[in-house]
Structures are given as structure tokens and as C-alpha cells.
Design a protein around this ligand. Structure first.
Ligand code: CTP
Ligand code: MG
Length: 166
């Protein structure tokens, strides 16, 4: 959500340098105007803060006690995992945009399921060295993400912050 919120914040709104630098590939934009460095930077900051908060809760408040065998929260560095997670999520998201542009889907136009799945695949790939998930857990993580993304989008639309429900 960080890149979406950053795009709405008055101070950050103007910082919209595109990640593809406006360049094209075979006559079409590589990623499109909606994939910005601002989004990646804000994602990195947000993911670092989110991971640090989770780590604090796990280590100091016994949060998810008995459920943390899959990741060693105490020894992981938020400064490594946070930015890496954002690179995975927004890298996966950018790959999805690359495919959308090749298929002539304009930036911002929904492409259901693929819009949701690119970012979680990216996240899963970059964090794989730090977690020990079974295949079933990976399938669950992807499924929960896709469903949660649809639900959050619908909620955000209902409160009027988004023009489309998906
Ligand atoms: N965003 C951004 N930088 C990124 C990713 C997202 O600034 N690297 C912001 C943009 O304002 C974007 C919004 O978050 O419009 C929603 O992201 P997303 O739905 O992934 O992009 P779309 O606008 O749908 O564009 P595309 O068709 O390329 O997916
Ligand atoms: Mg979109």
C-alpha cells in the first residue's frame, strides 16, 4: 500500500520519476508512468518499519509464539529484510506492468489476478532464503495474499479512496 499512499500525499505527489525513465521497448513504454522510484523508495521504508515492528513484537512480546519456526525473527536484520522485501514486491509488480504494457493494457487498468499475483511471487522469491516454508504454506501465502488484496481494494473503494473496486 505504501506506493499507493505516497502517490496521494501532497509532499510526495510531485516526485513521480518513472522507473523506466520514459523509455520504450518495441514502441511501447517498458513499465509505464505508474511505476515510480518514489513508490519503490516508500515501499522500502514502509517494509523496514513493518518488519522492525513485527520483530519487536515477536522478540519482546511473544507475538506468534510457537508459530515462528519458519523464520528466525530475532537474528534477521530489518535493514536487510525490509528493503529486500520491497524490492521483491515492487520488482514483481514491475514485471507484471511490463507484461501488461506488452499486452496493450493501459497503466492503471485492472488486470485481475495478475495484478495481485506478481507482487507476492516477487516477495516469496526474495525472502525464500530466510524462511523455511513447505509447498502447502507457500500456496497458502499466495492464496491469502490474492484474496486479501481483493478485499482491501474493495474496502478502499468503499471508503472512496479508489476509483475502481479492483
Ligand atoms: N506506484 C508507484 N510506484 C511503484 C508502484 C506503484 O508510484 N513502483 C503507485 C502508482 O501511483 C500506481 C499505484 O501505486 O498508480 C498503484 O500501483 P499498481 O496498481 O501496481 O499500478 P497501476 O497504476 O495499476 O499501473 P500498472 O497498470 O502498470 O500496473
Ligand atoms: Mg493497478
Amino acid at each position: 500500500m505504501a506506493p499507493v499512499l505516497a502517490a496521494k500525499m501532497p509532499v510526495l505527489k510531485e516526485l513521480r520519476a518513472p522507473m523506466d525513465g520514459g523509455r520504450t521497448f518495441r514502441g511501447k513504454r517498458i513499465l509505464g508512468a505508474n511505476k515510480t522510484w518514489r513508490g519503490l523508495f516508500c515501499g522500502m521504508v514502509a517494509a523496514t518499519l513493518a518488519f522492525a515492528a513485527q520483530q519487536y513484537l515477536v522478540v519482546h512480546a511473544g507475538w506468534l509464539d510457537g508459530f515462528t519456526d519458519q523464520a528466525d525473527y530475532a537474528s534477521l536484520s530489518a535493514l536487510l529484510i525490509g528493503p529486500l522485501f520491497a524490492i521483491g514486491v515492487l520488482g514483481g509488480d514491475a514485471c507484471k506492468s511490463f507484461i501488461k504494457r506488452r499486452l496493450n493494457v493501459p497503466p492503471g487498468r485492472p488486470w485481475p489476478f495478475f495484478d495481485q499475483v506478481g507482487e507476492i511471487i516477487g516477495a516469496v522469491l526474495v525472502t525464500a532464503p530466510f524462511v523455511s516454508f513447505s509447498w502447502v504454506q507457500y500456496v497458502l501465502v499466495v492464496a491469502i495474499w490474492v484474496v486479501a488484496d481483493f478485499l482491501v481494494s474493495a474496502l478502499v473503494y468503499m471508503v472512496g479512496w479508489k476509483e475502481r473496486p479492483i
